[in-house]
Design a protein around this ligand. Sequence first.
Ligand code: ADP
Ligand code: MG
Length: 381
Amino acid sequence: MGVREGFEELYGAAPEGVWAAPGRVNLIGEYTDFNEGFVMPLALPHTAVAAVSRRSDGVLRLHSADIDGPVVELRVDELTPRSDTGWAAYPAGVVWALREAGHAVGGGADIHLASTVPTGAGLSSSAALEVVTALALDELYGLGLTRPELARLAQRAENDFVGVPCGVMDQTASACCTEGHALHLDCRDLSIRQVPFDLASQGLELLVVDTRVKHALGDGAYAERRAGCEEGARLLGVSHLRDVAYEDLDTALARLSDERVRRYVRHVVSDDHRVDRVISLLDAGDVRAIGPVLTDGHASLRDDLRISCPELDLAVSAANSAGALGARMTGGGFGGSAVVLVESTDVDSVTKAVTEAFAAAGFTAPRVFPAVPSAGARRIG
Ligand code: ADP
Ligand code: MG
């Protein structure tokens, strides 16, 4: 059953509209966002789709076709951060963030949604849920918010209502990406640029390898890396590591006595530089040449930031050994997904090589699918 039909069956009337917002994968620039550096995500073809109608009595009703549970019913004026509403905290958090920012959504809404974004694979199923809710309410209530404003509100929902300390990349990607492009996002001033990333016309594909694992080790690692980066910035006398120029990296490293902080600084400054390299190459139309930059990025995440894991390392090494142009882990690490740049003619052989390597290592079979650079959030019905 479609989302529109599901809405009608649940709420007994047709929705006022239907919206979609994609998940994302980050091409390059990892753990750079909170250092006010650069990232370069692209939207996936996988989307969260929401059928939505306004209400006038201040009630918010939420339902997901993907969750085996009843309609969650809340009151807009009683929404409280970190109140445990499970999955419903993501869309409810957006309503809360809109309300807190003074936007007139007090009438409430009926929402029914379904998503094809894999959850927990590092592909931002949560941001897709938030952004689709934000866009639907913006259009229905005539709020007139810009895409970057919607992304900021969605981030606020995840940070302050759900309680997850994520940067603004995921929501910005879901709200602002366009088909056939990667999104260059400056995490300092939040300026964005669409960078042409037309793989098909070049005979290329970007594969996502979802390792299907998430290691518990990842839980405290994000906060630890973040604190280490802040320490590095403090020791170097800059507000954020973004302010250390790549040309000055060796000089900066020589001033740091803590080996761990040195590794984190080297990763962040060199990954910002890799974003620059990838942009120059894409602007010059030399898409194949970004492959080795991706693989360098993986080595940096593995050896300097130390957030990889055996499954991600194997995905990258098996893909590259089988003829991929380059590969790296993407997202928070300790599991989740890797991206692999391949010639279209090599998709099958590289996929087979990765799958066989996982089987030989006794790992859970990975899921491999193409990351076609797709459109950001939009109304679809
Ligand atoms: P990621 O964003 O990387 O997929 P998160 O842990 O940030 O992983 O978000 C996953 C959570 O988002 C799920 O546990 C669930 O609460 C919520 N979610 C994602 N997709 C759906 C869906 N289709 N229906 C209901 N909740 C969803
Ligand atoms: Mg998420």
